[in-house]
Design a protein around this ligand. Structure first.
Ligand code: PA5
Ligand code: MN
Length: 187
């Protein structure tokens, strides 16, 4: 067993930042090109749409990774701002999401194409079972902030979602979120 020393991180519950900040990933709309149903307009490519701050740990079995994600509000042609979404590389690894601020939808799907959508509100604890790809979507008017914890050996498989997308999309219809089927999925 790889022993490490205990440590503590402070979490800004409203904005999602960590102190000390150890690893910060920023994703722009340019990084998300091809993931929204509509093309991202050229003038929005540099816009940061979400930030992930990670609390690092050794990546071997038995450790836990955790992170906060902050997704800015907005849409791309009516489709709400969202994360890329992924399966875990070790596909049976589960995850817990705790929402700290804002309002969202947690969109999930199995490899067989079964979709699931769960609410994200301050205080919700979403259980993402192994085998389910997951993407979070900000449907509110302010930032969506959540904390995630998962096995450190889980890894990420982004390619399946980049290639196939999710079976459902979350779009704004008459000012409210609506889940619609993804016309490009499974085609
Ligand atoms: O562990 C998770 O599932 C989250 O921390 C996500 O990695 C984070 O929300 C960003 O999403 P993605 O990794 O799909 O870009
Ligand atoms: Mn995950």
């Amino acid at each position: 067993m790889n022993m490490i020393e205990p440590f503590t991180t402070m979490l800004d519950l409203a904005a999602g930042g960590l102190v000390p900040e150890r690893k910060l990933v920023e994703r722009t709309l340019g990084d998300m090109q091809g993931m929204y149903a509509a093309a991202v307009p050229a003038e929005r490519l540099a816009e940061v749409v979400y930030r992930v701050s990670e609390i690092p740990a050794p990546l071997d079995e038995g450790n836990l990774l955790s992170s906060t994600t902050t997704i800015e509000p907005g849409t791309v042609d009516g489709e709400y701002h969202m994360t890329k979404g992924h399966f875990h590389a070790k596909i049976d690894r589960a995850e817990i999401y705790v929402t700290l601020a804002g309002e969202g939808r947690l969109v999930m799907a199995t490899e067989a194409g079964e979709p699931a959508v769960e609410p994200m509100v301050r205080g919700s604890v979403n259980y993402v079972p192994g085998g389910w790809a997951h993407r979070s979507v900000n449907v509110g008017s302010g930032p969506l902030v959540f904390f995630a914890a998962f096995p450190a050996d889980a890894g990420y498989d982004y390619k399946t979602i980049e290639d196939e997308g999710f079976p459902v999309l979350v779009v704004e219809r008459d000012g409210a979120p609506q889940v619609v089927s993804n016309p490009r999925y499974g085609g």
